[in-house]
Design a protein around this ligand. Structure first.
Ligand SMILES: [Fe+2]
Length: 172
């Protein structure tokens, strides 16, 4: 009996390895002190003229690379002076991925605030799945090197200065 159990475990290993072919789960990071619930549902945080616009887009994927439709995404970040809106909902909002697991957020490049490099907070959750809380970073930002939370795996790809791409990999 014991031998059969061991064989079973050995057979599971390669399958698990295949399932991770998409890459590891997106690393989790602290939500920080400024998260707020009950945000508006919207795909744009732009109100009026944006001095430094940013379009962030990408997909939510399962560990085996399948797009996750109707995944909940929550974004929040500092304004262009490095301040969070802790009374209202400026630069805060949630949205859901489309049938191909895609999302798109129109916003601005947040400013740094004391002690941190530039970053965007995010939560991603497949329907019925566990909430993944993390933070996204800007590549080649000199402040990344001295930030205590920065991780290279959480950098957006930025083909242009005002375009960020990031795919979340979640437990679906
Ligand atoms: Fe923050």
């Amino acid at each position: 009996m014991r031998r059969r159990e061991l064989l079973g475990a050995a057979l599971l290993l390669p399958l698990d390895a295949l399932a991770q072919a998409c890459g590891p789960l997106t690393p989790r990071q602290t939500e920080g002190p400024f998260f707020r619930t009950s945000t508006p549902r919207r795909t744009s945080f732009i109100e009026g003229r944006a001095s430094s616009p940013l379009v962030l887009e990408g997909r939510v994927l399962s560990r085996d690379c399948k797009p996750v439709a109707n995944a909940l995404l929550e974004f929040w970040h500092a304004d262009d002076e490095g301040a969070y809106d802790n009374r209202g909902y400026r630069f805060r909002g949630h949205q859901f991925t489309d049938a191909e697991g895609r999302y798109r957020l129109e916003t601005i490049v947040p400013a740094e605030y004391p002690g941190r490099t530039r970053h965007i907070h995010a939560k991603a959750q497949a329907p019925g799945g566990r909430v993944l809380t993390t933070q996204l970073y800007f590549p080649d930002d000199p402040a990344n090197a001295r930030d205590f939370l920065y991780r290279r795996e959480l950098e957006m790809k930025m083909p242009k200065r005002n375009a960020g791409i990031f795919d979340f990999v979640v437990d679906a």
